[in-house]
Write a new protein. Structure first.
Length: 108
């Protein structure tokens, strides 16, 4: 099993309650495909650098997970079929490339 990070952008017109359902569905698809979700971060609404498909912003969510590489293409295809998911990008995640947290300041 390889480690991956998925960045989801949900449509800006999605209501708050529906957004929670969509994120649960996206995570559920990973577990249905035999993967294991390690971390989920909701990044909130962000404005795009330029207007894409007449949309100015979207709700961002990042998910770190493990899954077998041969199941990844089927998982990506399922995400592309959902209309409320504006974009999804899945990349291989290497924990060695993540910077360690900054040390806490020392009080004198």
């Amino acid at each position: 099993m390889n480690m991956y990070e998925a960045l989801f952008i949900f449509d800006e017109t999605v209501q708050e309650e529906r957004l929670k359902d969509l994120s649960a569905q996206a995570i559920g698809e990973i577990t249905k495909a035999g993967g294991k979700v390690l971390e989920t971060r909701e990044l909130g609404r962000r404005t795009f650098a330029r207007i894409m498909q007449k949309k100015e912003s979207g709700f961002y969510m990042s998910v770190t997970f493990k899954i077998a590489p041969e199941k990844l293409s089927a998982l990506t295809a399922k995400y592309h079929l959902q209309d409320e998911i504006f974009r999804v990008q899945i990349t291989r995640f290497d924990p060695k490339l993540v910077a360690p947290p900054a040390p806490a300041p020392v009080k004198a």
